[in-house]
Design a protein around this ligand. Structure first.
Ligand code: C2E
Ligand code: MG
Ligand code: MG
Ligand code: MG
Length: 295
């Protein structure tokens, strides 16, 4: 751990000290204490079944309520947390916190409760305590393993190394789902995919952005999206499209047979209470819970 703190410092002093780097350094130095002070919050973004619009799951996305910088999005601190190793502690906190929340939804809403997706960094997958930590968190919170899905990027999952692969298999044996996040951006070896214990692919938002609807539809724009959907279904995996922002994109993804969608068209990541509110509103309306919140 000390070694990686040192690495962070070299990065600041070797290159010129730009404001950005000083800000980054300040953030990374204060991150471990911030975890203890309870400055992190988890927001949840709906995952919607495209065929019927039902709320299928939520993805836990961490934010940092920084005392001076305000609400920080993960792009400001996840990479730093990776570099310093603080991600292991932060990731464990996010997982425990989100699993407790998912259990509370399960208690209140039963089968209508959303599945929980949590991001796992490559560093966490290398942590020898990962499987024991996940097991303990599931036991402590009482969340069934089948309610949890862990999202890992291609670079983490598909590099074919014995340690991480063993952890993935152990998580799969526990009954926890594994999904490949940001699929299509990792330059990884596709031939490893059929051998991995994964249940889903999340198509990166950059591919969704190429989709146009109606008269503007262009078959070559859709080629990668339809190929990934075909690959996933051929391997019996669920495909989730990230970053759906327009009704045209949704229409094309539906037409191409994509299973699940996530994006600002449905809802942004919101505090847990807002998800609870959606679930209650739809329950009292006697309808299946729709992911669309009108935001
Ligand atoms: P990700 O796992 O790919 O999460 C999806 C990101 O896309 C989220 O950004 C989400 O807010 C954003 N997004 C969702 N819908 C739309 C849309 O329609 N348009 C656009 N432009 N963006 C959309 P966010 O919350 O800023 O998180 C960024 C990344 O930070 C995540 O990407 C994930 O890799 C990482 N991250 C977030 N929380 C955690 C965590 O608890 N642990 C770890 N290891 N990584 C995390
Ligand atoms: Mg993710
Ligand atoms: Mg993603
Ligand atoms: Mg992404």
């Amino acid at each position: 751990r000390a070694k990686h703190d040192g690495k962070g410092r070299y990065a600041v002093f070797d290159r010129g000290r730009t404001d950005l780097e000083i800000a980054r350094f300040t953030l990374s130095a204060t991150l471990p204490a911030a975890i203890e002070r309870g400055e992190f919050v988890v927001h949840y973004q709906p995952l919607v079944t495209l065929s019927d619009g039902a709320l299928r799951g939520v993805e836990a996305l961490v934010r940092w309520h920084h005392p001076t910088f305000g609400l920080l999005q993960p792009d400001r601190f996840i990479e730093l947390a990776e570099e310093t190793g603080a991600i292991v502690t932060l990731g464990r906190w996010v997982l425990a916190h989100a699993c407790a929340q998912a259990r509370a939804w399960r208690d209140e809403f039963g089968a209508a409760a959303p599945l929980l997706s949590v991001n796992l960094s490559p560093r966490q997958l290398e942590d020898p305590d990962l499987v024991a930590d996940v097991t303990a968190i599931l036991l402590d919170t009482g969340l069934e393993p089948g309610q949890l899905q862990l999202e890992l990027t291609e670079q983490a999952v598909m590099r074919d190394e014995p340690g991480p692969l063993k952890a993935l298999r152990a998580l799969d044996d526990l009954g926890v789902g594994i999904a490949v996040d940001d699929f299509g951006t990792g330059y990884s070896n596709l031939s490893t995919l059929p051998r991995l214990p994964v249940r889903g692919l999340k198509l990166d938002g950059s591919f969704v952005r190429t989709l146009r609807g109606g008269d503007a539809t262009n078959p070559t724009d859709e080629l990668i999206v339809s190929t990934v959907i075909g690959l996933a279904h051929g391997l019996d995996l669920t495909v989730t499209a990230e970053g759906i922002e327009t009704a045209d994109q949704l229409e094309r993804l539906r037409a191409l047979g994509c299973d699940v969608g996530q994006g600002w068209l449905f809802a942004k990541a919101v505090p847990a209470e807002e998800i609870t509110g959606m679930l209650r509103a739809h329950r009292s309306a006697g309808e299946p819970t729709a992911g669309r919140t009108g935001t």
